[in-house]
Ligand binder design. Sequence first.
Ligand SMILES: [Zn+2]
Length: 389
Amino acid sequence: MNRLTSRDILARLIAFPTVSRDSNLALIAFIRDYLATYGVESELFYNEEKTKASLFATIGPEDQGGIILSGHTDVVPVDGQQWTVPAFALTEQDGKLYGRGTADMKGFIACVLAAVPDLVQSSLRWPVHLAFSYDEEVGCLGVRPMLANLAQRDLAFKMCLIGEPTQLKPVLGHKGKLAMRCQVKGAACHSAYAPYGVNAIEYAAQLIGKLGEIAAERAQPQYHDSRFDPPFSTIQTGLIQGGRALNIVPEECEFDFEVRALPDFDAKTVAHTLQTYAEQELLPKMRAVQADTHIVLEELSAYPGLVTAKDSEVAALIASLCESEEFGTVAFGTEGGLFHQAGIPTVVCGPGSMDQGHKPDEFVSIEQLARCDQMLQRLIIYLTNPKTT
Ligand SMILES: [Zn+2]
């Protein structure tokens, strides 16, 4: 096979419409076949329905853990967006490559794959692992079974590079997120007899007020971490519904809230505090009126935060590879939190910008793609250096 450039590969990857709700198996088959032509074997980790898979492959010594190059293969939908170029075909215009996923984050995967011929020909001191997941955009789901499997191996993975778009600046952290749904079931009655009913909306309002109190507490200066913006954990309620008519005491109310937590704050403590408040303060009052009432909290999705020390080996290495010591944090979440939680030091650094991610006419510049190719070439030089241990 003629050697493909990162741009050639990106054109192939963009043509697979791997929106999270759909299968990514055709794309995974393309990557597996591509790797096979260089003698690299792939392991696939399927979802339960066998409609999607993550791919894991190792190049170099197999008896030790090396650097994981990680990316997600799914993209967000284009429904309702006004694209002026085709979303699932690569278009070049003014030094930019357009298409869904060019920035977030098939551009990085394309660069990694383009480096494979060089990787396989080099005497790597430690291995390079490719880890490509599915369902990142819907809660970092697909990477979890793969990580669970990797955790069982006797390989101490040295570090992980997540190629989410950061304009090739090393990102050392992001907040974690917990999304929750709260259902309040009260008791309906004619509004003229309101005290004989249990007003689900009013109890929901008290719960939301409690969340506000917890949020105000977390915003206290002693909890600040200036590496993040805002520098504290935040809580917000984003969706609520309840009630049928003004003259009926509402029986049901449901609201969704999220916690954006600093990496050292466990977002689940917010859910526990709310649960305790519900059980101790609200439910006794509700049940004094009507026994068959309840408050149920349900987790919708969660991923942990990421924080990597500036003076860590991975931070130093990635900074030298991308030639930037502008360490930062990002507002968006990544799979990095899960690698971090698994004890693998992680940095996020990839081509393109999240300013273009998830939007119509998403693009990555040819310059960013070329710089990412160079970053990976520097990685190969580092990994073949006899001084690398
Ligand atoms: Zn992404």
